[in-house]
Design a binder for this molecule. Sequence first.
Ligand code: FES
Length: 142
Amino acid sequence: MSASSKPLETAFAVAEGSLAPEASGGISIRVGPGAEIEEGTCRLVQHGNISIGVYRVNGSFHAIRNHCPHQGAPLCRGTLHATYAPGAVGEYRPALEGRVLRCPWHGWEFDLITGKGLYDARGRVKTYATRVDEEGIVFIDL
Ligand code: FES
């Protein structure tokens, strides 16, 4: 491995080894019926001046701030897909199937579940805990 690949290795290790955020017991925001959010799609929720996208991926709900840390693009207008983990030349290891959010402006990629930027060791977007109540209503817990 070359020294220049270490930030990417770190980014993927963090994304693949981390869990979704947990509720902190603070403010709860009602998103709506989970049945209305189709697999792989997003519903935007506004809380004050903060826009949050709530996605359904593999039947689970994940919330991420709708703001790219690069130049402020509405991140949730980007596409959701998979990517390849860093590796040797000619080596392709599919990674993070269906949970990579690509910014619509310049293509920076983020892991939807952890918010980890997949371009260096430090970049990150805020993600939030979600829960579904007994009636199937999705909430974001700030
Ligand atoms: S604003 Fe998102 S990559 Fe540039």
